[in-house]
Ligand binder design. Structure first.
Ligand code: NOJ
Length: 757
């Protein structure tokens, strides 16, 4: 009995040792750190692997640069003096941070500086659109700029490390954390992951405004079964490697030097104990040299997962798997010393984890200047600057997606119109930031109503009626709303989710609008005035009835500080909408999980006339209401045929695919051309389409432009049944199209290697 267990234990330890020997050689340039490690006690080492939420500053959530020092006499201060703390997270403020850092570098034995982390997902004080919204811009360069601005604001406020970007793929919209990522597609996800890492980290990690990135949650968290938060994920190795891992790889290739281990188990192995992925893939195969932090108390949760006998065992499994830092549970502090003394965890494993932490602190410049990013004057100077607020407006505008615009009801005229703003989110200011913006300063945030008023400047009439609360009726609310609708030339109907309906721990069994809002919409649309529905949402929604059938539909996500101004810019035509859906909007909730890049089934429904014995539901086909990539502008565009040149892609060469796109509308607008491919015949079923390229082009009326994309065989490859990455010669379809379901395919052929028959 003990033999099997011992054997497993021994083999995990020796694998961990193997990884250490390899990277220790590479760490030869850090002799100073080696000397430091040699002086550390096992308690100090465990301390460098233990991270805690900042209990005092978290409670106040203040971002006042002059606050503090608040906790010099607390028990935490004593812990810092004893060198038993790696750092703190989710406390913000340069002055407090400085005071705490002073304790570490002046009063602790080894004077190792603390690191301060925080969940800065889409801005600190200034709030940019939620990451899912910003992904709708289909513009990674924009995400890089907002991440940079967030880094400047955060580092000024005493933060060195953000637990972002969140790069989980979200294919089930019941899962609330879809809001934090870049949507359903691995290609788009990888582009945004890399861009955000570049933006956060800036030019050099040691710069005072560089924010260490932490792509999370490694890995498969978005695959939670049934879309239920914290649930197990079950997926093929192929799906793991082709869908869930690529954004992480892109983030590490862009230089991210930390990652967070996820809460979930993957095919039965909790990620916190997943040696094969955490060490084998991450460290040995990908050569990742940064540090891995657990999610909040996730090591302790190995007990509830039923793979650890007790907390001590949980600490042992986590450190052996490759999780360097224990967040919040204190298990490493409590158990690593005795686990090492008892020979259950080799000292070398602990040393290597400490080495990764110290090396990262060194790269951040904390040993040279422990007070970097802890300057109250910088916090005053760099918080909510006019340039950052402008960027918040620009990014919010670019995130808005126009799904539908019947009879050109949009854009609105600014003068001489009677506009009724109806719905729970018209005047609302409590749901502008989105679910994960704990440090936002929303005191001057612009509500939808305020944004409209700013734009109209009194030249049109605006009547504002709530109609209902987000999840409750208001007595007489519907009657008032209908009266306002009847009296107006156009209705703006502001519906959707409160910010606590999406985000962490906010899974839903369906993705419908709350019934109270649906009833309001039915009554308002029946009044006969043209209705523009403005959706506030952290996920794709299943739109039904009057909402689905309204004259115009606009997806506004949670847009942050500049919400109202940005929406007004689009509604009044200051800018043409340009956003595209990063998640498919299904016809019905019950289609979840639902995403465009599903594998080919044997019985696809190819025509609407042929509903029987096909892959579909009784009342609903396997199609989107609005597909991934969809989004209208105030112009219209014609796509020419896809040109494939000679039609062949040589094995070691490239192929250029091109199409001419013409603005056939009456105003300038930005179009987003998308390249999709499909492998016609392969040894495994392949997605019906896969995104392989994006081009944004701004065209004046009547203007044409030719877009080109280049592909090589690597981009057509996949993992075969034995998990070998292969490209298989043969025919591929290619689309250059405005969405994942639009366009006409052309075909090209990947030729085999020269000499192969
Ligand atoms: C739990 C969340 O899953 C994670 O994303 C976050 O970074 C930590 N809490 C810390 O706040």
């Amino acid at each position: 009995m003990t033999t099997r267990r011992r054997f497993l234990l021994a083999s995990a330890s020796s694998l961990a040792l193997l990884a250490i020997t390899r990277s220790a050689t590479a760490a030869g340039d850090d002799a100073d750190l080696e000397a430091l490690i040699a002086r550390m006690t096992i308690e100090e080492k465990a301390g460098q692997l233990s991270l805690f939420a900042d209990p005092l500053r978290l409670a106040s959530r203040r971002i006042n640069p002059d606050a503090g020092p608040s906790m010099v006499d607390s028990g935490l201060a004593q812990r810092i003096r004893e060198g038993r703390l790696m750092g703190l997270f989710n406390g913000v403020g340069a002055a407090d941070g400085r005071a705490l850092q002073r304790i570490a570098v002046e009063q602790s034995r080894l004077k190792i500086p603390l690191i301060f982390g925080a969940d800065v997902l889409h801005g600190l004080a200034t709030v940019f659109p939620i990451p899912l919204g910003e992904a709708a811009s289909f513009d990674p360069a924009l995400a890089e700029r907002t991440a940079r601005a967030a880094a400047v604001e955060s580092t000024a406020a005493g933060i060195h490390w953000t637990f972002a970007p969140m790069v989980d793929i979200g294919r089930d919209q019941r899962w609330g954390r879809v809001a934090e990522g870049a949507g359903e597609d691995p290609y788009l996800g990888a582009l945004f992951a890399a861009a955000r890492v570049r933006g956060f980290q800036g030019r050099k990690l040691s710069d005072a405004d560089s924010l260490l990135a932490c792509p999370k949650h490694f890995v498969g968290y978005g695959g939670a079964l049934g879309g239920m938060e914290y649930n197990s994920a079950e997926m093929s190795e192929q799906t793991l490697h082709e869908v869930y891992l690529p954004p992480f790889k892109a983030a590490f290739d862009a230089g991210a030097l930390s990652t967070m281990a996820a809460f979930n188990d993957l095919n039965g192995v909790p990620m916190m104990a997943h040696h094969r992925l955490m060490t084998g893939l991450l460290r040995e195969q990908w050569r990742f040299r940064g540090m891995v932090v657990s999610d909040y108390t996730a090591d302790r949760e190995l007990v509830m997962h039923g793979v650890a006998r007790n907390e001590r065992d949980a600490a042992r499994l986590s450190i052996l798997a490759g999780v360097d830092i224990s967040m919040q549970s204190d298990l490493y502090n409590q158990h690593l010393p005795s686990l090492v003394a008892g020979g259950e965890v080799p000292l070398a494993v602990v040393d290597e984890a400490v080495r990764r932490v110290l090396r990262t602190k060194k790269r951040l410049g904390l040993f040279d200047d422990p007070y970097r990013s802890l300057d109250p004057a910088a916090q005053r100077r760099d918080t909510r600057t006019p340039a950052t607020l402008d960027l918040a407006r620009e990014s919010a505008r670019a995130s808005i997606v126009l799904l539908k615009n019947d009879r050109g009801v949009l854009p609105l005229r600014k003068t001489g119109q009677k506009i009724a703003l109806i719905g729970p989110f018209g005047a609302d200011t409590a749901n502008l930031a989105g679910p994960w913006a704990p440090f936002s300063d929303m005191k001057d945030a612009v509500s939808l109503e305020q944004g409209l008023r700013n734009a109209m400047g009194g030249r049109a009439t605006l009547t504002v009626v709530k109609g209902c609360d987000p999840e409750r009726t208001i007595r007489g609310g519907i009657e008032d709303a209908v009266a306002a609708a009847r009296d107006a030339d156009v209705v703006l109907l502001a519906l959707g989710e409160t910010q606590d309906m999406s985000g962490e721990a906010a899974s839903q069994t369906d993705i419908l609008l709350p019934i109270e809002q649906q009833k309001l919409a039915e009554a308002v649309v029946a009044a006969g005035t043209p209705v523009v529905v403005l959706l506030r949402n952290g996920r794709a929604l299943a739109l039904e009835g009057a909402v689905r059938d309204a004259a115009a539909l606009v997806v506004t996500w949670f847009l942050g500080t500049q919400t109202g101004n940005a929406i007004a810019d689009v509604l009044f035509g200051e800018v043409s909408p340009s956003g595209r859906l990063p998640v498919s909007f299904p016809q019905s909730s019950g289609q979840q999980p639902f995403f465009y890049g599903h594998r080919s089934t044997g019985r696809p429904q190819t025509t609407a006339k042929d509903p029987y014995w096909k892959a579909r539901y009784r009342y609903v086909s396997h199609d989107a209401l609005y597909p991934f990539g969809h989004g209208l502008t105030y112009a219209s565009f014609r796509y020419g045929d896809v040109e494939v040149g000679p039609g062949t892609l040589p094995w070691d060469g490239t192929i250029t695919l091109a199409a001419t796109i013409t603005n056939t509308g009456r105003r300038e607008a930005e179009e987003t051309a998308q390249l999709y491919v499909r492998d016609r015949v392969a040894s495994l079923t392949r997605p019906v389409r896969e995104l392989k390229g994006i081009r944004k082009l701004r065209l004046a009326p009547g203007e044409s432009a030719r877009v080109t994309f280049t592909l090589s065989r690597a981009e057509l490859g996949f993992h075969d049944e034995q998990m070998r990455f292969v490209s298989e010669p043969g025919a591929f379809d290619a689309w250059i199209a405005p969405s994942a379901t639009a366009g006409k395919a052309a075909t090209f052929e990947l030729l085999g290697p020269a000499g192969a028959s």
